[in-house]
Design a protein around this ligand. Structure first.
Ligand SMILES: NC(=O)c1ccc[n+]([C@@H]2O[C@H](COP(=O)([O-])OP(=O)(O)OC[C@H]3O[C@@H](n4cnc5c(N)ncnc54)[C@H](OP(=O)(O)O)[C@@H]3O)[C@@H](O)[C@H]2O)c1
Length: 264
């Protein structure tokens, strides 16, 4: 297991800035713990996109309490990792469940880096105008609703309608739409339902599952996937593990099962 330094220490900040510069300028990335965990996100392998999911969970596989509270499952190390992921992508995607429960800003604040576009999947147009995700801060914002759903548009938000069959929008169509808008490296940040739909549609190249040393004992599970009867039907993934402080990142490689996204 590799252990990587945290940007909280000044020397680590310098390492992060150096890494960020090299990541985007196409320089060869020198071997380092940051390179080990983030280099797989740099270049598309299956088509023109890189799609990474992240979920922060307890040791007993919970992402939020039964009341939907998740601030914060992860400690400073896990949160720093999340902000590093944000700084490396063109767009963050979340489901409206998370937008309503957490009212997240979805910006890069804990490390240096540019905040990516924010994309909310909201098939029924439920997200209020005053949500922080829609704040007029100059960062690109995209509201994905179901075809025929009437919402009052906001001048600073791009509104996209996609077919919703039984309330479900095909994740592949979502990614095609983002690709058309030039957003080709995408972080699916949660919650469980949204990650599960992208996984179910075989749209993730990688999944960063960050396990915090907490037992919740009850609460919302990390995934909502079809039930299986036998253990041999369980998904077993090639995984690399990284220790960040006292949390473990399982970097799961999903490329073998990834569906190609026909990019237009
Ligand atoms: N620990 C963590 O890392 C973490 C991260 C994020 C969130 N959370 C927690 O997770 C909870 C929210 O998770 P959640 O699973 O309830 O909700 P969610 O995944 O945030 O949002 C789910 C909703 O988004 C819409 N949606 C997502 N993908 C869609 C698709 N492909 N097609 C159509 N609609 C789609 C649907 O909206 P409709 O319901 O309108 O159909 C769906 O019910 C909150 O408690 C939050 O605090 C934890």
């Amino acid at each position: 297991m590799t252990s990587y330094p945290l940007p909280a220490a000044p020397s680590s900040n310098l390492l992060w800035e150096q890494f960020l510069g090299d990541f985007f300028t196409g320089q060869a990335l020198p071997s380092s713990p940051l390179q080990a965990i983030f280099e797989p996100l740099r270049s598309p392998q299956v088509d023109g996109m890189v799609v990474v999911g992240q979920i922060g969970q307890t040791m007993d596989g919970r992402i939020a309490t039964v009341t939907g509270q998740s601030k914060y499952v992860n400690g400073p190390e896990g949160l720093t990792h999340l902000h590093q992921l944000r700084a490396l992508v063109d767009a963050i995607v979340i489901g409206v469940g998370t937008a309503l429960a957490d009212n997240p800003q979805l910006t890069v604040r804990l490390v240096n880096g540019k905040s990516p576009a924010r994309v909310i999947i909201d098939p029924r147009g439920r997200l209020p105008h005053q949500s922080l995700a829609w704040q007029d801060d100059g960062i690109r914002k995209i509201w994905i609703v179901g075809d025929g759903v009437k919402v009052y548009p906001l001048p600073q938000v791009e509104l996209i309608s996609l077919p919703a069959i039984d309330g479900r929008i095909d994740p592949i169509q979502i990614l095609q739409t983002l690709s058309l808008k030039g957003l080709k490296r995408v972080l699916v940040e949660g919650g469980a339902e949204t990650i599960s739909r992208f996984m179910g549609a075989r749209c993730l190249d990688r999944l960063h599952l960050i396990v915090a040393p907490i037992v919740m004992g009850s609460g919302r599970p990390s995934f909502n996937l079809p039930s299986i009867e036998h253990m041999d039907q369980a998904t077993r993934l090639p995984v690399k593990t990284h220790l960040i402080g006292n949390e473990i990142v399982f970097d799961c490689d999903l490329q073998q099962q990834r569906s190609p996204i026909t990019l237009v």
